[in-house]
Design a protein around this ligand. Sequence first.
Ligand code: UDP
Length: 569
Amino acid sequence: MKLSENAVKVLEKRYLEKDENGNLLEDCEGMFRRVAKAIASADAAYTDEKGLAVIEHEFYNMMANLEFLPNSPTLMNAGRPLGQLSACFVLPVEDTMEGIFESIKNAALIHKSGGGTGFSFSRLRAKGSAVNSTGGVASGPVSFMKVFNAATEAVKQGGTRRGANMGILRIDHPDIMEFISCKSDNSEITNFNLSVGITEDFMRAVEHNLEYELLDPRTKKPVAKLNAREVFDIIVEMAWENGEPGIIFLDRLNRDNVTPKLGEIESTNPCGEQPLLPYEACNLGSINLYNMMDDAHKGLDFEKLEYTVRKAVRFLDNVIEVNKYPLPEIDRMTRGTRKIGLGVMGWADTLCALGVAYNSQAAIDLADKVMSFINDTAQKASQNLAELKGVFPFYEDSIYAQKGIKMRNATTTTIAPTGTLSLIAGVSSGIEPIFAISYIRNVMDNSELVEVNPVFKEAALSGNFYSDELMKKIARVGTVKNMNEVPTNVQEIFVTAHDVLPEWHVKMQAAFQRHTDNAVSKTVNLSHDATTDDVREVFTLAYKTQCKGVTIYRDGSRDLQVLNIGKVK
Ligand code: UDP
């Protein structure tokens, strides 16, 4: 297996099975075998022993060859007693004390198993409204979010990963102004990503500089009015200041809700890529596009890609079957819609290897081509599975029943951030541009290690311009743009997240969104000296190009940044 040293380190620390003294009970290969066996076992009812062994072998190969990886909880927990395999959950928050604390308890159970939770706080009554049972006044969504946050802080996810949450409030909630600025102090609500739930009506009001109404969440009656453009500007200002809140377009999530009869989509998972109904969970998986190229690295091998998508859909559908859900309600909903989220990673590395600049129309065209192929293939695979194993149980309540298309899964595609998966596979994450061509990692003993993007290293070696000195210089400067030692054609292709203008970030997100059932995880990176106008333009472009939401980050705007490029002496 071709795992990097870093990948092995991460796997050993958090993914491999250990005994109570912390001794490893398996190696990386053993982990993939354990996962392949557990996930293939869902096929036992459909094939004989020989057939099952073939499926298990195919699953193992896909993972061991780093062609496809399921989300982290599947790698960690499949074939082990906990058995919780999903990364994404959405829980409802009811406007009662029982409901709120029930939700906190459920979130804790999910975090313990390595899953992330999203909540809409829009149903909670506004700060200062009456509480009938006590005659007192309500403290409002933001104060309860702090309780959720504290609970998350206390549950360290069984030592695997820190709990992650998404908190959403509708733009027409009376407490929206408090919500928008509640993270202006970076030390508050640290375990949440925040997004304002924006409606198309609101965006029209922004466009025409009109007022819009705030509604009492219980009576839906107007209680106040705000100027839409002023509110939008404050969201922009806050996002400029430290990257939060993001925005999500609620009406678009619901336009693409394939089971509207089952309820409304109010929230996504923590990183925004997976809109779900209350109590729904979803398991994700990502295809490593870098390993889908033909041998000569001239283009993508679409035959291999088709094969991998088909196997990956079967794999993810099986995950639903063997998954152990933390709550009966989640079990019912998740098995009912059978949503899966197949996406990609290593996109930027693939573009570089193919000699296509991320910030070019050619890259957008290729994104359209690749993702529409994946989406179509995934849908066909789900239809084939429906013939073999039956449609998802809530099918009759879905738009597919109206269209007469039999599907095994209510959704098939999602673009995840692949934070850890991309590290395991050793490629650029999700559909993000390369973050740094080379960077200096401070290791424990205060020494420095220069890490170089492997695709760039290859290009530099074959172009005869590789030197350790140059790699250090690139790490210092943070880009190869205008660097004489690097040939101009290489400069143009190896662009980093900061070389790419914000509009290209959004265009790329929009291209993948066009062919993705669920949503796309993407951060639009802005330079430190970007203005609030730049942020507003990004938000507006994301709206106009049919993105489902957008998150920005202005370099250096949060105090704590894990990787600092161009800043290391
Ligand atoms: N997630 C989480 N905690 C984490 C990282 C991720 O709960 O520390 C969840 C969250 O719902 C996120 C999803 O996993 O949106 C997918 O994240 P990513 O693709 O980065 O996970 P990976 O499978 O690479 O670990």
